[in-house]
Design a protein around this ligand. Structure first.
Ligand SMILES: *Cc1c(COP(=O)(O)O)cnc(C)c1O
Length: 394
C-alpha cells in the first residue's frame, strides 16, 4: 500500500506547498546508500567536508551546527543557547511562524515583546529602532525576525534590521529564521551581522524534512557561555567540540547528510546567484498570473515580495480550502493552506527548490483550471501572462 497517492493517478504528484518542496531524483538516489558507522574513520572525513561546505550556503565563516530535527528544533536551539530565564526579547508579528516562535519563547520562560503587524508585509526596521532606543537599560537581549514568512509570502529585509539595531546603538543579538528562504533567496549571515541563523532541510535546500541548522556568530557563541536556559540535546558546546573532527555527539541523520552533500553540490554547480535569480523569475511570473486572474497577492509591499511562495487572496465568499481540494482531487497537485487568521482566505503556491519554468507553468495551469472548476470568479488569462513573462514577450 502506497500512502503517497490516495488514489491511482498517472504522472507525477505536484507538491507545490512552500515546503516540503520537491526532492530531486539525484538527492533521493544519494540517500539510497548504506548507512555507515557514525563513529568510524570514514564518517569523520565526510562530516568535516559537509560541515565546511554547508557554510557557503549561509555565507559565513563561523560554525554551523546540524541537528537531526525539524526547523522548530533549530528555533528552540537558537533561544536556549543564547538566553536566560526572564530575558526580554523583541519579536515581530509578520505572520503565523513568527507567532509560533513567540509562543515557544513564552513556554521557555523568556519575555517576548511583539511588534504588531498586519500579515501583509515584512518587519518595519524603524519600529525596531524606536523600540530599542526606548530600552535605555539594554534589557532586551535579542531581536528575533523571520526572514521569509511562509504563511504570508512576505520577506523582511535583514540587512535593514541590522542597520536599525546599529542605529539604536543597542547590543541585542539578532536571531533570524531562514527555514523557508535559505538556498532560495539571497542571504548573508556574516555580512548582515546575524548572530544566529536558523534553517531547515525541506524547503530551499530540496531535501526531505529531518535536518535543521544554526549558524552561530562569535558574539552568539560568547553569549552561550553565560546563557542559563536549560538545554541538553540542543547544546552547541558538545556539538561544536565533536564537529571539530567531523563527528557528532549523538547519532546524526547519516543518510540525510548524504542527501545534503548532493543538494549542496547541485546548488553550487548552478551557482548561488543563478539559483536566486531563478526563484525571482518564477515568483514574478506567478504574481503576474495572479494579477491577470484578477486576484490579489497577500503581500501588499512590493519590496517584501517573497521569491519562495506566493499567497493568493480569494474574493469574499469563496473558499480557498475548497479550491485546494478541487485541485488536489482533479489534478493531483497540493497547494499550501492559509494558516491561522488566513485559513480558508488564501492559498499558497510554493515555487521553491527544484523548480523550472515548465514545472511552474504546469502548476499555474492547474490553479487556473481549478479556479474554473471551483467557480471562483477570475479572468482565464493568468497562465498566458506568466508564459509571456517567461518567454520574454511581456
Ligand atoms: C516551515 C517553517 C517553520 C517550521 O519548520 P518545521 O520544519 O515544520 O519545524 C518555521 N518557520 C518558518 C519560516 C517556516 O517556513
Amino acid at each position: 500500500m502506497a500512502y503517497f497517492q490516495s488514489k491511482p493517478s498517472s504522472g507525477r504528484h505536484f507538491l507545490q506547498i512552500p515546503g516540503p518542496s520537491n526532492v530531486p531524483d539525484r538527492v533521493l538516489r544519494a540517500m539510497d546508500n548504506p548507512t555507515m558507522d557514525h563513529r568510524g574513520p570514514d564518517f569523520g572525513k565526510m562530516g568535516s567536508a559537509i560541515l565546511q561546505k554547508v557554510k557557503h550556503i549561509f555565507q559565513t565563516k563561523s560554525h554551523v551546527v546540524i541537528y537531526p530535527a525539524s526547523g522548530t528544533g533549530a528555533c528552540e536551539a537558537a533561544l536556549v543557547n543564547t538566553l536566560s530565564p526572564g530575558d526580554r526579547v523583541l519579536m515581530c508579528e509578520t505572520g503565523w511562524f513568527a507567532s509560533l516562535w513567540r509562543e515557544m519563547a513564552e513556554r521557555l520562560n523568556i519575555r517576548p515583546e511583539f511588534l504588531q503587524g498586519d500579515w501583509r508585509r515584512g518587519v518595519e526596521p524603524a519600529d525596531i529602532e524606536a523600540h530599542l532606543r526606548a530600552d535605555k537599560a539594554h534589557e532586551i537581549k535579542a531581536v528575533c525576525v523571520v526572514h521569509n514568512e511562509t504563511s504570508t509570502g512576505c520577506t523582511s529585509r535583514v540587512d535593514e534590521v541590522r542597520r536599525a539595531i546599529d542605529a539604536a546603538g543597542h547590543p541585542a543579538l539578532l536571531l533570524v529564521d531562514t527555514i523557508s528562504s535559505l538556498g532560495s533567496m539571497e542571504y548573508k549571515h556574516d555580512e548582515w551581522g546575524v548572530d544566529v541563523t536558523i534553517a531547515g532541510s525541506q524547503k530551499g535546500l530540496m531535501l526531505p524534512p529531518g535536518l535543521s541548522f544554526n549558524a552561530i556568530s562569535a558574539k552568539a557563541l560568547k553569549a552561550s557561555e553565560t546563557a542559563k536556559l536549560m538545554r541538553s540535546y540542543w547544546d552547541w558546546k558538545p556539538m561544536i567540540a565533536s564537529n571539530a573532527t567531523g563527528f557528532f555527539p549523538y547519532t546524526p541523520a547519516t543518510n540525510m547528510l548524504y542527501a545534503l552533500d548532493t543538494a549542496l553540490d547541485m546548488i553550487f554547480s548552478e551557482g548561488l546567484e543563478n539559483v536566486f535569480a531563478r526563484h525571482d523569475r518564477v515568483a514574478e511570473a506567478t504574481r503576474r498570473a495572479v494579477r491577470a486572474w484578477g486576484l490579489e497577492v497577500q503581500c501588499a509591499e512590493p519590496r517584501h515580495y517573497s521569491s519562495v511562495l506566493t499567497a493568493v487572496r480569494l474574493p469574499e465568499g469563496h473558499s480557498a480550502n475548497g479550491l485546494r481540494s478541487a485541485i488536489l482531487e482533479r489534478f493531483n497537485m497540493s497547494l499550501g493552506n492559509g494558516l491561522g487568521q488566513l485559513n480558508d482566505k488564501v492559498f499558497r503556491i510554493g515555487h521553491l527548490g527544484d523548480i523550472g519554468d515548465l514545472h511552474l507553468m504546469g502548476s499555474l495551469s492547474g490553479v487556473e483550471m481549478g479556479l474554473r472548476l471551483a467557480g471562483v470568479p477570475h479572468k482565464p488569462e493568468g497562465a498566458k501572462a506568466a508564459m509571456d513573462y517567461l518567454s520574454g514577450n511581456a
